[in-house]
Design a protein around this ligand. Structure first.
Ligand SMILES: [Fe+2]
Ligand SMILES: [Fe+2]
Length: 129
């Protein structure tokens, strides 16, 4: 069972960004499934790296989009992205340096909460700009 599925509540009314959010959800579900099926630390770590890598790309693309429409909230949105990457990076480095193969449940709570609240509360602002 996936951690999260796309729904119209996540629609930001920008096709390219909706596609990238779908890919983020897919990669998040890959990490979730790898962890749930105890795939081992190497696989879980590479799924995490893919998720973080795509998140960096997505934030760059989203910031470029906001710049292209002269979106007034770009500065604070960038700051929120940086903060999120810092927090995800903290979870990932804690996991890699721990002796456990399992990611903590709070990591998935954080990911799910972040994705839904960031897209609905923050990303939709540029879609309505
Ligand atoms: Fe964003
Ligand atoms: Fe986004």
């Amino acid at each position: 069972m996936p951690l999260l599925e796309w729904s119209s509540e996540l629609d930001v009314h920008v096709d390219s960004m909706n596609r990238e959010h779908n890919e983020l959800i897919r990669l998040m579900n890959v990490v979730y499934d790898a962890n749930a099926s105890a795939s081992g630390k190497a696989r879980i770590s590479s799924a995490l790296d893919a998720l973080v890598g795509y998140t960096v790309k997505h934030f760059e693309d989203e910031e470029a989009y906001m710049e292209s429409i002269n979106f007034s909230g770009l500065r604070s949105h960038k700051y929120i992205h940086q903060d999120l990457l810092r927090r995800v990076g903290g979870f990932v480095s804690d996991y890699k340096s721990s002796t456990s193969d399992q990611l903590p449940a709070e990591f998935f709570d954080f990911l799910k909460f972040w994705l839904v609240s960031h897209i609905q509360g923050i990303d939709t602002k540029y879609g309505n700009a």
